[in-house]
Design a binder for this molecule. Structure first.
Ligand code: UDP
Length: 482
């Protein structure tokens, strides 16, 4: 459908969205959700730009969209890993042998610019909108060249923080309610080699973007969204929670990497537990929780006497954790604890009725997934914006309790201190999972936000309407520019 000229009146053209995710699971997974949502809501075409290794990881997603006949295609670009000193096939942040290679990774991503531009010039139907991760700020130049809008995801400026020490208190600007945090817990303080060098370029490019896409929904944080829109002067499209595009456990299980365990076994285990009785512990795709800390966490879970699923990614990196697990722990908790080593089907687990609490590192995806599932949370932020997400969950929405993290654990940095004791873990689990009045109120509020999240994406809901408007607006822009 492209009826721009019909009767001389302005009508909607078919919108073709080109999505360019950052190749890290916490960024790529929500973009696959976005692709699905846009296609389901009427976009004529959605092209998702990936590299071969990432395309292979998205096999479940690709099969799902093919099966449903959605107009989504993966556009594969070769990734120049070796040219930039990366191991062969190292195409995702979670494959980097060390964070010191992060700057090489960014340079290799930057080299996708020309092949990407060449592909877009040939794309039919032509692109009507590019949505990219801010890391790929060059996508903005290509959007200008093609005369199409460029939308980005959210970033935080951190140059306000440059001259402060880690413990200095910062009044975080742009929030409608006061928010004060030590510098080290502020958004934008991720310490990764190479990020600083490109951040100025990113901030500069960002001023030229035509708007932002946010994986959130109005009913949860409208004041914050309005305030952000006012402060930045950019249109914000809230189209989330995007994970809600998955409606059954098979689709949920196929999201992200291939799970390291059998989904059916996991469901069978969950089915055997009482509703709301299990605590799910998972710290995302990249967090580096130190070995000693993992031991404390395990001992706290054991002391809580509650059933749990615990996702551990330390694996080969920390053999001492494996030794400790094997040295009596697993045997002691075998009747009520399931340990998943590697990738877990997080969404499938969170949506199971047996889950009564989610201990999370507060990565944004995990946070919004917990909220959408109506599951109360125990917050254990590690770094960067995770501390602000903790504030949202605990102080603003009041749907969780904090475990009481004292310090910051930077990605890829090994630290020796134990920041959370086993007693703190046990206390937080019982505060959330026991029958007390406070816990019951938290549970009720969490359920309520889960319902609001679902409504936002139902016909007529705020995010549903925004997706429709986005598709319409981008189609019309294409009409206007011919
Ligand atoms: N995830 C998953 N299984 C895992 C680990 C992570 O499905 O074992 C998914 C999780 O559901 C979320 C994403 O990976 O969608 C992680 O993103 P988040 O922003 O929570 O954290 P990050 O990994 O970026 O720190």
């Amino acid at each position: 459908m492209d009826d721009c000229t019909a009767g001389g009146s302005t009508t909607t053209a078919a919108a073709h969205f080109v999505l360019v995710p950052m190749m890290a699971q916490g960024h790529a997974i929500p973009v696959t959700d976005m692709a699905r949502l846009l296609a389901e809501h009427g976009a004529a075409q959605v092209s998702l730009v990936v590299t071969p290794v990432n395309a292979a990881r998205m096999a479940g997603f690709a099969a799902g969209v093919e099966e449903t006949g959605l107009p989504v295609q993966l556009v594969e670009l070769p990734f120049p890993a070796a040219e930039f000193g990366l191991p062969d096939g190292c195409e995702n942040v979670d494959m980097l042998p060390s964070k010191d290679l992060f700057s090489n990774f960014l340079l290799a991503c930057g080299a996708l610019r020309e092949p990407f531009a060449a592909r877009l010039r040939q794309q039919r139907p032509p692109a009507s909108c590019i949505i990219s991760d801010m890391i790929h700020s060059w996508a903005g130049d290509i959007a200008s060249e093609l005369g199409v809008p460029w939308l980005t995801d959210i970033i935080y400026r951190n140059n306000l923080l440059e001259n402060l020490t880690d413990d200095e208190i910062v009044k975080v600007s742009g929030f409608p309610t006061p928010l004060e945090l030590p510098k080290a817990r502020c958004p934008g303080t991720l310490c990764v080699p190479g990020l600083k060098q490109i951040s100025d370029k990113i901030y500069e490019a960002e001023t030229r973007s035509d708007g932002r896409i946010m994986n959130s929904f109005q009913e949860m944080e409208s004041l914050y969204i309005e305030s952000f829109e006012r402060t930045t002067g950019k249109k914000i499209w809230t189209i989330g929670p995007m994970c809600l595009c998955h409606r059954d456990s098979n689709a949920m299980a196929a999201r992200g990497n291939k799970a390291s365990m059998d989904d059916a076994k996991c469901l069978q285990w969950l089915d055997s537990k009482k509703p709301g009785s299990v605590i799910f512990v998972s710290f995302g795709s990249l967090s580096s929780t130190e070995p000693q800390q993992l031991v404390e966490l395990g001992l706290g879970l054991e002391a809580s006497k509650k059933p749990f699923i615990w996702v551990i990614k330390a694996g080969k990196k920390f053999p001492e954790v494996e030794e400790w697990l094997a040295d009596g722990f697993e045997e002691r908790v075998k009747d009520r604890g399931m340990i998943i080593r590697g990738w877990a089907p997080q969404m499938m687990i969170l949506w199971h009725q047996a889950i009564g609490g989610f201990m999370t590192h507060c990565g944004w995806n995990s946070t919004i997934e917990g909220i959408s599932a109506g599951v109360p949370m125990i917050t254990w932020p590690h770094c960067s914006e995770q501390f602000v997400n903790e504030k949202l969950v605990v102080d603003h929405l009041k749907i969780g309790v904090e475990v009481g993290v004292k310090g910051v654990t930077q990605w890829g940095t090994e630290q020796k201190e134990v920041k959370v004791t086993r007693t703190a873990v046990e206390t937080a689990v019982s505060m959330l999972m026991d029958e007390g009045e406070v816990a019951q109120e938290i549970r009720m509020r969490a359920k309520d936000f889960g319902m609001k999240a679902r409504r936002a994406l139902e016909e007529g809901g705020s995010s549903y309407n925004n997706i429709k408007l986005l598709i319409q607006e981008m189609g019309n822009k294409k009409c206007a520019s011919g």
